[in-house]
Structures are given as C-alpha cells and as structure tokens.
Design a protein around this ligand. Structure first.
Ligand SMILES: *[C@@H]1O[C@H](CO)[C@@H](O)[C@H](O)[C@H]1NC(C)=O
Ligand SMILES: *[C@@H]1O[C@H](CO)[C@@H](O)[C@H](O)[C@H]1NC(C)=O
Length: 363
C-alpha cells in the first residue's frame, strides 16, 4: 500500500545543498551485501532504511533484480511510493489521524484524505538512519540501521529507539529484523518493509500471472476511506481468497489508471499471532523464481502497485501499474483505534520485534 508523502521544501533544499547529507552530517549512501558464491546480493540505503535491490538467480541461473527502486538518493527523497522503505512509526492508515491512548488524545498529520498513512509526512521511510554495523560479505553478511524517534515526532508519543537489520544467509535467505524499544511513553508501533516484488525482474511487466498463496483465511474489510470496519471476515468465496495458489490477476478487478487491484490486510493464520510462520508464497512461472515470506506478525497487507504509473526507476526502467506486489507483514491497520484487534501498543521498557525471512528458490 502506497501513500503520498509531502516533504517540507526546506528539508529538501537542505538535502540538495548538502549533496546527500543532512545538516548533522550523516551521509546517505547505498550499501551492498553479497553471498560468497556471488549469485545472491542486495543493496540497501540508510535513506528510510530501504531495500533498494535484491539479485537472485532464476531456474537457469540468470541473475535479475527483483525489487522496484531508484538509482539515486535524490529519487528516493522525491519518491512517493515508499519503494523498499521501512515504514513507521505506524505503517498503514490511522483513521481521522487521531487516537486516544491511556486517556490522552493524540493528533497526527493528515496525509491520506482525513487519515494518516505510514507515520505521516516524514515517517521512518523518509528520514536518514545511522549505519550501526556493516559486514558486507562472508557467510552471513548484514547491515544494521538505527533511528532515534523523539517524543512528539509526527505527533506520536514517547522516545523510541529503532533498529533494522538486513542479513543474507544460505542458501538464498534474506532476513529483515525490525526492532524497537519504547523509552518514555506508551506508543503504537507498527513497522513494515515496503518492498515491491517482481520475480521476473523489476520493470519486466506486470505480476498478474505470478502465482500467489496467502496463508490467511480471513481479512479485514474496509470502509470507503480504506479504514477497517472492525469486521474480520472469511476470504472464502471472495476475490481475496489465496489459500490455494492462484494467479494474482485471476479474480482481481483490473482498472487502468488506478482504482483496481488489491490493497487489503489479511489476518495471517496461526494460533500464536507472534510466532514465526509462513505467510505467503509467490512464484513467477516464466522465470521459475519463487519466494516464501515468513514473519511473526498478525497481519499482512497485499498491495498490487495500483498507483504506480510511469514511475522512472532503476536502470532506465519505467514502472507501471501492477508491475509489482507488496507483502507488508504488520499489525492490522488502525489497530490503535480497534480494541478488538491484536494490540500495537508498546509500553516503556518493552521491545517490539518484527522479524521477516524471505526465502528465494527457482525451479
Ligand atoms: C519527482 O517526482 C515526480 C512525480 O513522481 C516526477 O515527475 C519527477 O520526475 C521526479 N523527479 C526526480 C528528480 O526524480
Ligand atoms: C473528512 O471528514 C469530514 C468531516 O467528517 C468529511 O466531511 C469529509 O468528507 C472527509 N473527507 C474525506 C476525503 O473523507
């Protein structure tokens, strides 16, 4: 699910003048992790702790980059689709940009109609993170980004320390660990990785023939402003049913120019909502590439790039509608205003731990 974020002009100018570094002098750059064999690598940036590229082999050993992204930091700063970003403090929508926590009312930025989306105008996907550790090769290369979010930032309560680690392991596993600790006040926390996947290669066309399986027998229906009604409904008999693998485009409404496609949260099956488990499997029949998404979160947002139109991406590619799919593991949208949903509140001293494993194969 994408949201338009507007950055203050002064901030953009500051970035432009400093040539990719903010006022505090933290440089923004791209970092690569590569396996020993050299056939599995990723690039990330500390702008938004974003995943920039993922290169994996197809069934004949051909390497392709399977996520959408940009070539330059300036394009990430300008971009509105949260390509690969770590979105937060609260990913997805918060109804009417407000919530009440422990009897106190909080107001957030409206950046999606009356709602707040992806943490506001300048959420975690639009800030500069610090590189804490960087081990670029070896058996399990990794990089850890850190961000300190201050009390009141974008309207959210309390200081929050956030760490995001990307790590490669054998054979073709990408782990993303998003951890946060509330320091001073209770706060909602919902971090999500917003990678746009196209297993045929970024910019290679639409993903309507990708076969998708979602281990979720229920979803959270939305009202007109895309806020959950509170109902947790069965997918059975609806276009949302991916319990058995089926092509992404099979039952979806395909509307050129936006308005069609999936942008919906599923309730991931499993008794323990916070147990690591398989959430989704995707396979591109043309390249044979497949990926499994594992995570320890109650929900997953399926978004089919509905609003990505004529977007200039990496290596001269132009991305179009349905040119990728996002599988954003997360808390349910607007959980802070829905006591009946699994809680997204983290209290002082408590840790938030969102772990993902993305397992690639080709056959
Ligand atoms: C900034 O974004 C707009 C709207 O998507 C686009 O038309 C423009 O080319 C972008 N500029 C840069 C420098 O990426
Ligand atoms: C925003 O809320 C106001 C007041 O409830 C309503 O009149 C208006 O239609 C809403 N706007 C959108 C875009 O939903």
């Amino acid at each position: 699910m994408a949201g338009a974020a507007v950055l203050p002009i002064a901030f953009l100018l500051c970035l432009a003048l400093a040539g990719g570094a903010d006022a505090a002098g933290k440089a923004v750059g791209f970092y690569e992790l590569k396996n020993k064999k050299g056939d599995f690598s990723i690039k990330v940036t500390n702008w938004g702790a974003a995943l920039v590229s993922v290169v994996v082999p197809d069934c004949k050993g051909n390497l392709d980059d399977v996520v959408l992204g940009y070539d330059t930091v300036a394009a990430y700063v300008n971009g509105s689709g949260s390509f690969g970003a770590t979105v937060g403090r609260v990913a997805n929508r918060i109804a009417n940009s407000r919530f009440v926590l422990d009897g106190k009312a909080y107001r957030l930025f409206r950046n999606d109609g009356n709602n707040s989306i992806h943490g506001g105008h300048r959420g975690f996907g639009k800030v500069i993170w610090t590189v804490k550790e960087y081990v670029r090769d070896g058996d399990s290369p990794y990089i850890t980004f850190f961000y300190h979010s201050f009390d009141g930032e974008q309207g959210f309560p309390g200081d929050l320390d956030v760490y995001v680690t990307y790590q490669l392991s054998s054979p073709y596993v990408l782990s993303i660990r998003m951890h946060a600790t509330a320091l001073s006040k209770a706060t909602p926390v919902n971090l999500a990785n917003h990678a746009y996947w196209n297993l045929g290669g970024h910019g290679s066309g639409d993903v309507l023939k990708h076969e998708l399986q979602l281990l979720a027998s229920r979803y959270t229906p939305l009202d007109k402003s895309k806020i959950p009604t509170g109902q947790i409904a069965a997918v059975s008999g609806t276009m949302y049913d991916f319990l058995a693998p089926k092509p992404v485009g099979k039952h979806m409404e395909i509307v050129p120019g936006g308005g069609g496609g999936y942008d919906i949260n599923y309730a991931v099956d499993g008794e323990d909502q916070y147990a690591m488990r398989r959430v989704a499997r995707v396979r591109d029949p043309a390249s044979g590439r497949a990926m499994e998404v594992w995570a320890n979160q109650p929900g997953v947002q399926l978004y089919t790039s509905n609003w990505v139109i004529n977007e200039k991406g990496k290596a001269g590619k132009v991305y179009q509608q349905y040119g990728a799919l996002c599988l954003e593991t997360q808390a349910y949208p607007d959980a802070v205003n829905h006591p009946e949903f699994p809680s997204s509140i983290v209290r002082p001293g408590q840790a938030y731990k969102h772990d993902m494993e993305i397992k690639f194969s080709a056959h």
